[in-house]
Write a protein that binds this ligand. Structure first.
Ligand code: FES
Length: 567
């Protein structure tokens, strides 16, 4: 057999003799027991991200088996390979720090190994964005398969799902309403099956966004991890990957500006995770598609929230699936969508909408004209505190705090927050604004610490929401009057670093403003005294600190965007 540039002969190891390289590769491939006929087939790589540190991905082996079944049936050769796995609760300081590392791993392994298409099996928060970012940059035919969401559990007759309920029950425990024994009982019933968090958190948001983007099969986002439909979707995904390889359908044909805007509309209509904004921006950035916060606000202004899932609403992913899933939602949003976009299924959105099943459960997916929130569920704020923008999930906040003027109570970093938030002598009142500094991408790896806890002394007085501002992120499963992603971040001398205890802070959802009541000269004088933290001296931490972009650029590395050059 002559080297032909597809299948096993794609991207040969360089020994200076291509025929020898192929002969050697076939020799070692045969050691796995493959016949000559198998080795002639198109190769579908299956990128896996499982492991003992990733509870969400524990069904990966059976998904690989089902994908492989589909690939073999369609005439391909399935070969799975591991990449970094990012199990959200098991990573320090935060999983976001490692998303770009995983994206590099995925991109380089897709490019380096001889595959004609790739199936990306992921789901836990950062894994799916990382896989899409890497696959888009590699630009070989690719299709995503999420592991699927968890099923809910129950405690003392109350339904529980990770992880919105994790937070509400923990807040009750902090307020002294729950014994140690009962919170342990809750802990044992919050996450009871394989799969990703059961609410509309980041994993679920990105699963649905990926389907709306066209990078997974219709109906692929919502079947629970332990549902038989999940395996049928996996088999169909494997079969479809062979067709993508044969037709050379690459991600640049799928991820277009029109598809990105559809995905953003869906994110809004889901009442989706704020992290999803960062990830979609980074994914689009790999194709050179700008997703500005100004355009973000334009789309948010006329996109209603229609899906009644926690943390914005009442239900869980298993209900969204049973209610009709992403297909039913797309049908509601159809007037707002670009319907000539094409998905990995090979059909336009218009063609897909023609065969979406008629059934829809209106308690979970509202009609377009009867939304949960009519507009501005997620907004970008600008002002002297956030010249490059900040994000507010207004749909999950106390409306009373959406036009607010309060006194700043400042925590200079995460350690300071942990040390003082529950101190009995903390000078804080319910109308104050909690401010956390140095929690941005460079300052602390942008942890999900933007959901600052309500001080215990206020919890005891019945306070359940306060305005909180930081350059950190928030879990997609969290809720409250929380302003996030303030940019430029304080560790880089952004205006957030200038805020001191007692300053007045103003937030206006109506005007989309975030300001501190200080003159520009006062802010500049305070920042003048600011001392940047010492940069890391080696390894990935050094690479990260030197190249990480702000949240308005998706926190990608400057050299990995489509421009691919350091600034
Ligand atoms: Fe994996 Fe929530 S811990 S999605």
């Amino acid at each position: 057999m002559k080297p032909s540039g597809t299948g096993l002969s794609r991207g040969l190891t360089d020994y200076g003799d291509r025929e020898f390289s192929l002969y050697l590769r076939r020799t070692f491939a045969k050691s796995m027991g493959f016949s000559d006929a198998m080795l002639e087939r198109p190769i579908v790589g299956i990128a896996t991200a499982g492991g003992g540190f990733n509870n969400c991905h524990r069904t990966t082996p059976e998904l690989v088996a089902a994908v492989s079944r589909g690939v073999l049936t369609a005439g391909g050769l399935p070969l799975d390979f591991p990449t970094i796995s990012l199990g959200e609760p098991f990573l320090s300081p935060t999983s976001l720090v490692f998303r770009n590392l995983m994206a590099m791993d995925v991109e380089e392994m897709i490019r380096a190994q001889p595959m004609d298409a790739v199936v990306l099996i992921g789901g836990c928060d950062k894994t799916l964005p990382a896989q899409l970012m890497g696959a888009i940059s590699a630009n070989k035919p690719a299709i995503a398969l999420v592991v699927g969401p968890m099923m809910t559990g129950s405690f003392e007759g109350t339904r529980l799902g990770a992880c919105t309920d994790c937070r509400s029950w923990w807040a009750r425990f902090r307020a002294g309403e729950l014994s140690e024994e009962r919170i342990r009982g809750v802990e044992s019933n919050l996450a009871t099956t394989a799969g990703t968090c059961a609410v509309m958190g980041t994993a679920s948001t990105m699963a649905c966004v990926t389907e709306a983007l066209g990078m997974s099969l219709p109906g692929a986002a919502t079947p629970p991890a332990v549902h038989a439909e999940r395996l049928r979707v996996a088999e169909a995904t494997g079969a479809r990957a062979v067709a993508l390889a044969r037709d050379d359908v690459t991600p640049d044909q799928i991820v277009t500006p029109a598809a990105v805007e559809n995905a953003l509309r869906v994110l809004f209509a889901l009442g989706g995770s704020t992290n999803g904004i960062i990830h979609l921006t980074a994914i689009a950035g790999r194709r050179g598609i700008p997703l500005t916060l100004q355009r973000f606000n334009e789309l948010s202004a006329d996109t209603p929230v229609l899906v009644n899932l926690k943390p914005v609403g009442d239900h869980y992913m298993e209900h969204f699936h049973a209610a009709g899933g992403v297909g039913a939602l797309l049908r509601e949003l159809a007037p707002l969508l670009n319907r000539d976009t094409v998905s990995v299924a090979g059909e336009t959105l218009d063609e897909r909408l023609a065969h979406v099943p008629a059934y829809v459960d209106r308690t979970v997916i509202r009609p377009f004209g009867e939304p949960i929130v009519a507009r501005d569920a997620l907004v970008a704020l600008f002002g002297n505190l956030a010249p490059n923008g900040a994000i507010l999930k207004a749909a999950a906040a106390d409306p009373r705090l959406m036009e607010h003027d309060g006194r700043a109570v400042v925590f200079r970093d995460l350690a300071d927050l942990a040390a003082r938030i529950d101190a009995p002598d903390l000078d804080v009142e319910p109308d104050d604004v909690l401010v956390l500094q140095h929690a941005g991408p460079v300052g602390a790896g942008m942890p999900e610490a933007g959901y600052l806890p309500i001080p215990k002394k206020l919890l005891a007085r019945g306070v359940r929401d306060m305005l909180r501002i930081s350059d950190a992120r928030m879990s997609g499963t969290a809720y409250g009057a929380i302003v996030l992603h303030v940019s430029p971040e304080s560790a880089l001398g952004g205006p957030l670093a200038a805020v001191r205890n007692g300053d007045r802070i103003r937030v206006s959802l109506r005007e989309k403003r975030l300001d501190v009541v200080l003159t520009d000269a006062e802010i500049a004088a305070r920042i003048e005294q600011f001392v940047s933290p010492a940069p890391p001296r080696r390894g990935y931490a050094k690479l990260y600190a030197q190249h990480i972009l702000g949240p308005e650029r998706g926190c990608d590395f400057d050299f990995l965007t489509s421009e691919g050059t350091a600034e």
